[in-house]
Design a protein around this ligand. Sequence first.
Ligand code: HAM
Length: 448
Amino acid sequence: MPGPAVDSQLDLTGGRGGNLTIVTKTSSFSAPRGVPDYLPPGSAEFVAVRDGLVATARLAGYGHVELPVFEETALFARGVGESTDVVSKEMWTFADRNGESFTLRPEGTAGVMRAVIQHGLDRGQLPVKLCYAGPFFRYERPQKGRYRQLQQVGVEAIGIDDPALDAEVIALADAGFRGLGLDGFRLEITSLGDETCRPQYRELLQDFLFELPLDEETRRRAQINPLRVLDDKRPEIKEMTAGAPLMIDHLSESAKAHFEQVLGHLEALGIPYVVNPRMVRGLDYYTKTTFEFVHDGLGAQSGIGGGGRYDGLMAELGGQPLSGIGFGIGVDRTVLALDAEGKSAVDGPRIQVFGVPLGDVAKQRLVVIAAELRKAGIRTDLAYGGRGMKGAMKAADKSGARLALVLGDREVAGGEIGLKDLSTGEQRQIPLDEAVAQVVETLAGGQN
Ligand code: HAM
């Protein structure tokens, strides 16, 4: 295939040279590969899911944080872990004009911890409960449910290590999904232990792995982060590691008690779970409680949300040795899961009432009526641009509105307006000065 037509190449390195060039195409543009656009009508579903999840977190006192979309690269390398795919293969990293390395955030937890430490939030009331929503960036191979710009809603509860708080965080995710109408998912949970048992388990697992005929790279991974080898998707490695020792069988008394208390809270809350002792998360900071929400209607990208506790992260990033727990829910995948269940989180149609003006005087009047209806909380649109009756009615039908207000110049003089029910086609004349009240009443009387 011939490349794009190039009409200029700009040096964006401030004259320092280097390999950063921008190719200006003379042909049309498209979004970068794996980066979705959110357009109507589907974008309404996206917003309803995102806002629904955030609203659930608000109910438990999580305050909103809006953080930078890019941070110093070292924050993610230290926080998320250099041996993870996220850091070693998937980061969008760039040098700024001073040659400093920055990275588009691949996840939210490290940035939240950086902000908590920087602004001393951990010196106040604990736990610090924070909630965020927005785009994250991972250079992954794009496919359905896996994007290079992905959207998450996340929460973090920082500074208190209490199994009841673990249960709260998990329950919030569960309630968030159920509040949207989802029910075809399951909660998988395990404990990854803590500093009282993880180091011993790590050695045990390494002893096991080093006995296996592993290739050079896998052996190196076993050296740096042996747990990650259990996450290897290759069948031969899966087979070899089938009998590997599992963290859950080697928890210390305190870590075990912590995990059992979390499960006890989940049972009391009536939240079903499956213990999955082979769960390996893609980020290195997890300790103790670790969980994933899995939906079977999504194919390969089945994780709709995940999270866990992170004992060492704050200290690793230069803060106090405080623990925290949180989750990140994939908004894109939650939208796909709803779709797979044939459900929608959107409350009502985009437009409830559509105005059809026939003439300039009528238009002026309908513009005012539309503003009044919107003030009353009714989604209202108008036919603009002097369309004829036929074109305007077609637009009304397309809008999804239940009612149309049809007004001609002559009717303005007569003080009347047509109120048409677009589902039945029935139209009646009503007094013009009662239009707003009657529309409100009609919509309140039936489903809108
Ligand atoms: P994560 O499991 O890496 O965790 O991501 C959370 C969720 O984001 C996933 O369950 C998935 O639904 C969604 N997601 C991840 N990558 C993609 C992608 N390429 N395309 C679409 N959706 C994706 C975290 O990010 C942690 N920060 C969560 C956390 C918060 N743990 C403790 N606190």
